[in-house]
Ligand binder design. Sequence first.
Ligand code: CP
Length: 308
Amino acid sequence: MLNRKDLLGLIDVSADEITEILDLAEEFKNRIRKGEKKFTHLESKTVTVLFYENSTRTRTSFEQAAKYLGATEINIQAGTSSVAKGETLVDTGKTLDAQRNDFIVIRHPMGGAPYLLAKTVKASVLNGGDGINEHPTQALLDMLTMRETFGSLKGLKVAIMGDIKHSRVAKSNLFGLKTMGAEVTMYAPQTLIPKGIEQLGAKVCRSREEALDGADVVMGLRIQLERQQAGNFPSLGEYAANYGVDEKALALAKPHAIVLHPGPVNRGVELTSGVIDHERSRIEDQVLSGVAVRMAALCLLNERRAKA
Ligand code: CP
């Protein structure tokens, strides 16, 4: 039972809770594949999507999830709301609570912002990505695609390659995958490896070959140019040549290995076009997993709210 008011990160979510979300998400995904788009689980509920950072996938999939479940969905663009006039996050939250919102999905550039909002409001808060901290529903959708491919997450070797330092996706995947019994290896320039990541359970590799050897899953992460204050590597070309994944590098992984990327992708930087469009790429499948996982998370939090 997802026994929490909010879904803020995977750092403290148990294996049973992750399994419950993935089981329900798999059911929704299969039904969507068959063309179903109308469900009644969230009828008479309101879901507000409050994003302070750009997004394509996360925003639209939460919107789709809310609409498929029959909720009223409201979309707030921080740039055109009273946030632009200086309203605090706490005051925005109080306003949304006064309007009897049931769920608030927030993306914010500051790590911890969803935690502050969750403490303030009665609505259930879902973290759509906070700074470089966590992006829990992204990791859950990644795990759904992996579990569908391999049947189980236990014992899988997942190689995460790219801008790990600035990646909330890497951290949520590390927490979730370790909880589910997978092995996580990471490779990037030393300047893009966050201090202490090994204490959290990641194996940091010394070479691309070591990271990819025997991998079941190769996950590329975007080089986050907007978060690079100092140059962390000499040039994008040198990054791609030394740290990126091309088809030759992909061949180091297991023959059945799949390729994932949370998107948006810098084509030719973290992954070549040949890898992005490879028959083993599951990047498009991840997008459908995203709708299903967000439906499942909303439904399970709603069940918990009904019992509270
Ligand atoms: N993966 C992801 O968070 O993508 P968006 O920034 O488009 O939401």
